[in-house]
Design a protein around this ligand. Structure first.
Ligand SMILES: NC(=O)c1ccc[n+]([C@@H]2O[C@H](COP(=O)([O-])OP(=O)(O)OC[C@H]3O[C@@H](n4cnc5c(N)ncnc54)[C@H](OP(=O)(O)O)[C@@H]3O)[C@@H](O)[C@H]2O)c1
Length: 267
């Protein structure tokens, strides 16, 4: 074999493991936490059915379950809306819609943008956080009044109401039962995390089940309005652990807090 043959042989020999390595990296990047926990939980169920490797049962435990996340826009004084119950981010709303805020939402939380906003911004990304959104009837009706029966067609959409008898949209599920019971069922299913969009009253009903808070804290105060956990929330102190934060130039903070298993009991 001549020099050219040796070089070609060396390149081919080098190329194969590199291609394999790149393939593995590409596969791993395509996986997210949801895929991984889904695989482990499926494996645990498979083993449990065959009474093998009981240790794998830990993948069926709370640690590996999808989380309930209250991802919400709040004023500095803790309100999600003004006293009139209108959409603060809608036309004429008091929410400061800065360019960097919208850019951050589109880049980091694209699935939380309503379909109309995704279309206007040219956002098509699936997003990595949520595949399910939970909404209180009063929040849902804001879109309904504008003729939008499903603002999040890219997500599984559940609306909680004891007064709506039927869903205005076949893709939207109306839940009249206890939100806590329904959320516990959802947590046991495979999937990405579950987003409570609001409003305050529904978040208040789900307070004991919320695993993570993502507050989009805007540099605005309103004095009075609908509080983070609704007007009827009872006193129930809870300690949260700061897990992540982003400060935008416009003054909005994205604060992620988790409820740790070792959370301190209220004193
Ligand atoms: N800042 C944000 O990111 C954000 C996000 C979403 C919404 N919002 C704002 O939130 C405001 C609405 O909040 P809100 O507190 O007035 O109402 P809400 O939580 O959106 O809806 C309350 C309704 O949800 C249903 N519901 C609540 N708890 C329930 C339970 N335990 N079981 C069954 N159904 C239950 C009831 O519907 P029925 O009466 O039909 O039984 C109740 O009237 C709006 O102004 C909206 O703009 C803000």
């Amino acid at each position: 074999m001549g020099t050219v043959g040796h070089v070609a042989g060396a390149v081919a020999g080098f190329h194969r493991p590199v291609a394999l390595g790149l393939g593995v990296v590409r596969f791993m990047r395509g996986l997210n936490r949801c895929h991984l926990t889904g695989y482990f939980r499926a494996l645990a169920r498979w083993c449990a059915a065959r009474r093998r490797f009981p240790m794998l049962g830990m993948f069926e435990g709370e640690l590996f379950m999808r989380k309930l996340v209250y991802y919400v826009a709040s004023t500095l004084d803790g309100f999600v809306a003004g006293p009139d119950g209108a959409d603060p981010t809608g036309p004429g709303g008091f929410w400061p819609m800065s360019e960097d805020y919208v850019r951050h939402l589109a880049a980091r939380y694209p699935e939380t943008l309503p379909a109309l906003a995704r279309q206007a911004l040219g956002v098509t990304a699936e997003g990595t956080h949520f595949d399910t959104v939970l909404e209180g009837r009063r929040s849902y009706e804001i879109g309904l009044r504008a003729g939008i029966t499903d603002a999040y067609p890219h997500l599984r959409h559940l609306v909680f109401s004891r007064t709506l008898s039927r869903s205005p949209d076949p893709a939207v599920e109306i839940v009249s039962g206890d939100p806590v019971v329904r959320v516990r069922e959802l947590k046991r299913q495979d999937g990405k995390d579950i987003w409570v969009v609001g409003g305050g009253e529904l978040a208040g009903a789900l307070y004991p089940e919320i695993d993570r808070l993502v507050l989009k804290l805007a540099p605005v105060t309103v004095g009075v309005g609908i509080p983070l956990f609704g007007r009827g929330a009872a006193f129930d102190s809870r300690v949260w652990e700061l897990a992540d934060h982003t400060v935008l130039d416009s003054g909005t903070l994205f604060l992620t807090y988790t409820r740790t298993p070792g959370e301190r009991e209220p004193v």
